[in-house]
Ligand binder design. Structure first.
Ligand code: 13P
Ligand code: SF4
Length: 328
């Protein structure tokens, strides 16, 4: 551990603080955190922690969700300017108008939304539990789903429902190159493709496994030839092609050191992509990378960048989040 990491751990102890980090955080942030997880796990851990301070190393909606679930705790975010293009693609006033035009519909929102959007929502979902939750809703219940049209399209395909979809998306997942993915599949014919459901349908059609960051990690851990005894009936792998933000590779590589994880590069203005062993041009979420050891240490030391949510908004936003936690 370097000096900053040691100071951070010391401050956590002195202040009874817990550091939570998403899998897309910088490797050194994941390594210093008390808990690393996907959006669902971050919400579940926030709901249960007895720490006095929660430091959320993630993007703003993740810190907001923690604050809504723990209104009496100090929730800090080292990089308060870390937004999310997907959350930004749906403003509360636009959702309100969509809802008003469809009075019989139920609103199901992805967790990548502002507190104000959650306050207008009937049930929140994450990529971990979206299929499970939508499957629990009555068959004849019309649904408005937002803001991620790729995740919504994937749920419609898997459940046979016809949810109306908001046309939002994540700029990082929208950029993956199908051409590069196909070239990698040819180069690594035995490597299963692990993809996040925020990817477009033309990418998801080539995936062997589609799931949240945690689900993709779990799959790699339980199907890697060098990591566990394999029964004859089960497939085992020593390589995976990964189509999501490349921060997840840190935890994958830590959990499965002998396995090769190959990130798929972004399509940048349709220009050339680089394939050279595993040195690829990868996708990184600039918002997720805003948290650094330096701003994390400063934030903890000064207890700065407190996340605040308007009380009335929080009162309405907590219901669909709790409903999600109950239905997960
Ligand atoms: P997960 O819930 O799968 O970790 O995804 C969060 C996210 O922001 C994906 O872009
Ligand atoms: Fe938002 Fe996309 Fe970044 Fe995830 S990867 S936090 S959806 S901008």
């Amino acid at each position: 551990m370097n000096n900053l990491s040691e100071q951070i751990r010391q401050l956590c102890q002195e202040k009874n603080a817990i550091i939570m980090a998403h899998y897309y955080q910088r490797p050194e942030i994941q390594d210093v955190a008390d808990f690393v997880g996907d959006s669902l796990a971050l919400a579940q851990v926030a709901a249960k922690t007895d720490a006095d301070i929660i430091v959320m190393c993630g993007v703003h909606f993740m810190a907001e969700t923690a604050k809504i679930l723990c209104p009496d705790k100090k929730v800090l975010i080292p990089a308060p300017e870390a937004g999310c293009s997907l959350a930004d693609s749906c403003k509360a006033e636009d959702l309100a108008a969509w809802k008003a035009a469809h009075p019989n519909h139920m609103v199901v929102s992805y967790v990548n939304t502002s507190a104000a959007v959650k306050a207008l929502t009937d049930v929140v979902v994450t990529s971990s539990n979206a299929l499970k939750i939508v499957n629990q809703l009555p068959d004849n219940q019309p649904i408005l789903f937002g803001p991620d049209q790729n995740l919504g399209g994937y749920i419609n395909k898997m459940t046979g429902r016809k949810m109306d979809l908001w046309n939002g998306g994540c700029h990082v997942h929208a950029r993956f190159s199908e051409e590069a993915l196909l070239a990698l599949k040819e180069q690594y014919p035995n490597a299963p493709v692990l993809a996040h459901p925020e990817c477009k349908a033309n990418i998801l059609q080539h995936a062997d496994v589609i799931g949240s960051t945690q689900a993709l990690l779990n799959y790699a851990i339980s199907h890697s030839s060098s990591e566990r005894p394999i029964s004859n009936s089960e497939a085992s792998h020593s390589q995976y092609i990964v189509v999501t933000e490349s921060g997840i590779l840190h935890e994958m590589q830590k959990a499965c050191p002998k396995v090769e994880f190959i990130p798929v590069p972004a399509e940048v203005d349709n220009s050339k992509f680089i394939i050279q062993n595993s040195k690829l041009l990868c996708n990184e979420c600039e918002y997720m990378r805003m948290c650094t050891l330096q701003n994390l240490r400063d934030c903890l030391l000064n207890e700065s960048n407190k996340v605040m949510v308007d009380e009335a908004v929080a009162k309405d936003a907590i219901r669909p989040i709790q409903r999600m936690l109950e239905m997960s």
